[in-house]
Each structure stands twice: as structure tokens, then as C-alpha cells.
Design a protein around this ligand. Sequence first.
Ligand code: NDP
Length: 448
Amino acid sequence: MAIHNEYILKLIDEVKARNAGENEFHQAVYEVLESLEPVIQKHPEYVTRGVLDMIVEPERIIKFRVPWVDDGGKVHVNRGFRVQFNSAIGPYKGGIRFHPSVNESIIKFLGFEQTFKNSLTGLPIGGGKGGSDFDPKGKSDNEIMRFCQSFMTELSKYIGADTDVPAGDIGVGAREIGYMFGQYKRLRDEYTGVLTGKGLTYGGSLARKEATGFGLCYFTDEMLRDNGKSFKNARVIISGSGNVAIYAAQKAMELGATVVAMSDSNGYVIDEDGIDLDLIKEIKEVKRERISEYAAERENAFYRVGCKNIWTVPCDIALPCATQNELDLEGAKNLTKNSCFCVAEGANMPCTPDAVAHLQANGVLFAPAKAANAGGVATSALEMSQNSMRYSWTFEEVDAKLHQIMINIYKNCSAAAKEYGVDKNLVAGANIAGFLKVAEAMKAQGVV
Ligand code: NDP
């Protein structure tokens, strides 16, 4: 889709100039703004009241030093970030990522996307994101703990249960959340739900661990049903083998699909008998090893080096659940060549813009991340509610709420797409539906 509106084109130029070199952030802003052309035709006040100018600028960016000492006594220095992007509809909410690729552009793109995703959940949460260029791979438990404590010592000055509530993301799971929560509690001497994704013994919510992957499949299931298809007997491939990928695989299997391939950042495994998820959990969640170990354990499975080639594996449904820009045009062409009929994004922005355009042009049902993977943050918001009430719901209660939230997100995105003349385009529908609630709240709150 080309952009014609002069105001939007000028705003994109300004974002590029003001955030020079931040390609991921430019990509995310472009993708949202191009969907908003029909919206500002109908609502010119979003331009005249400065809503669009304000929405592309984070409210606050915090950048800090994270010094820590390894097991050999050597001092290391990493960089920490928290982008508090938009608090129009609630306290900032969004994950923390530990990965060597983390920089300001990546955290800003994630915080920007998070604002619209959180709006789509229908729950009162604003958008934020954080992280560090720290690489948890190969570190001992004690090193991870010291890093998390140092990171939280600085971050604790800027967050709080009613201000900003971080969660996990790539490289940040239950272990890291536990160490960060412990340090926050010690520094602030208060027991509040300042982080989500906590362990079940200290305020975590049942079903949070499963929520992003399960939610992805609930959303996809609804989209498939609406188009006369289903997971039943479908061949599914899933990139990644982390939190999102594992629980997407579990729910896809429960819905009758066969998952035949999964990956990590080094390569992928194919198992025509269907992936043995208990074995994947053992390798990735318990032993924290490489996915190549899987092929060594299963007679008919084999391993291929190079994670991007997973898209050459024939499938009906592809669920990219690893990282941004992991599925490019070549990957998309491989999928359509093999008659894949559905791609649903579990990771944030995993498909490049030309890949999305190719998939949509070839009639592939496409579910964009900010709608399809919103189940994680929605359940985090349910964890916040339970913490505030000093109460916990059962797994079934949380799962039922999650399921309904994902159905509602699908319906709202579809309805928005239809209303604004882009029927069936869920990328545009998600951007429009997510934007409208935030924009109305910003308009009501004035120039702040
Ligand atoms: P994890 O750290 O649990 O797993 C990440 C997986 O992706 C691992 O298999 C990892 O492989 C792989 N991976 C990471 N970086 C790369 C890379 N550069 N190239 C190829 N593969 C890579 O993270 P999550 O599962 O939590 O997150 C996955 C995605 O989902 C991210 O985009 C995240 O932002 C998004 N997301 C997560 C939510 C959550 O609740 N956890 C909520 C919403 C979105 P390896 O082990 O080799 O590093």
C-alpha cells in the first residue's frame, strides 16, 4: 500500500530524521501510519489536535549503565533501556528483553507496537518496553542473578504497580523475573505487582506462561473458522522454541494439528512423526540446550543448520514465533510455493513488509503480531488485577478469559478493517482498532 496523504508522509520523514538510523522503529511507525490514512480522513481532529505527532514520540526514554561481576571476578558493563511510550489508557506495560541485539531502535519499535497491542486487549494498559544488550546464553545462575539485581537497582527508580509494570520477553523468563522482583522488593520494601510473569508462589497468574502461545492459536483458530478452515489435520511449522513457540505448539496440537518443525537461532528440526513437545520442553526449558539435541534423541527427526530455512518446510500454517524480521520475502515465497494458507505472527514484527505484502497478495490468511500475540500482555493485565485484589483465579478461569479476549480482538480488528474500507486486511484492522482507543484518550487528555 502506498501512502498518499501529505501530512503522513511529512510525519514519517520527521520520524526518520529525528530517529536517524533506527530502522526497526521507522519500519513499525511506517506500517501503522500507512493504515491510518482512512482514519484521519474521517477524523481530521487527530491531526489538528496533534495526536499523531505525539503518538510517534515516546513519553520518556531511560537509558542506564548496568555493571556486574562475573564468576571469575571480572567486571562487565551492559546498557539498560526502558521506553515509556504511551500512558494514555493506563500504566506503561511491556516486556524486558535481554539479547545482544538490543538497542534503542529495537526497544522503541517494540514500545510503539505495544501501545496499540495493549489497546486491542480492551484492558487499561499503556505501552512500554525495556531491555539490555546482555546475553544470558552461557551465563551461570549466579551471574544471571547479579545482572538482574544490577539492572533492577536502576530500573526500580522508574517503575511501580501504578506507573510501569514490566514483564518478560526474549531472554527474560520466570528465573529472571524472580531475581528482578526480589531486588525490587528489597530496595523499595513493598510487596506489589510491579512485574508480571512472576512465579506461582509469589503472585504469578496461572496460565501466564502459556498465554502468548495459546492466545496466538485462539486468534488464529477464530480467523481460520471465519474463512472455512481449521487447525484440524493441518501441518504446522513454528520458528523458535522459546516461551511463545512452545505453547503455540501445544495449543496447535490440542486443536488437532501436527507440528512438524521448530527452530532456535542456530537451526531447525523436522520430525515428520510430529514434534515431541515434552522432549522440546526438556531440552529448552529444563536443560537450556540447543534444539539440535532433539534430532539426536528422535530416530526419524533431523536437524538443519540455519534457522531461516525453516520456511522451506512444506506446511499449511506457519507460526513465526522467534524474533523480528525473521521471515523475509524469500521465506514468504517458499511458503506460498508450498501452498501454505495461513501465517500468524507469534513474535513481534517477524515478517518483513515485503513478505507481508507477498502473503496478502497471494491470498494467505495473515494475522499480525499486535493482534495475534496480544494474549501474553492481556494475561499479564489479568495478573495485575489478581495482585490488586490479593486473589487468584484458577487456570480454567484465566484461560477462559484469555480465549474470549482473543476472540474479541479478532472481531474488533475485522470490524475496523471493514468499516474503513479494507475488508479482510487484519494488518490495517489491528492498527486502526488499536489506534482509535488510544487516540480518543489522548484527545480527551489534551496536549500533555
Ligand atoms: P524466548 O527467549 O523464550 O525464545 C526466543 C526464541 O527465538 C528462542 O528459540 C531463540 O533461539 C529464538 N531467537 C531469538 N533471537 C533470535 C534471532 N535473532 N534469530 C533467530 N532466532 C532467534 O522469547 P519469547 O518466546 O518470549 O519471545 C519470542 C518472540 O515473541 C519475541 O519477538 C517477543 O517479543 C514476542 N512476544 C513474547 C511474549 C511473551 O509473553 N513471552 C508476548 C508477546 C510477544 P535461541 O534459544 O537460540 O536464542
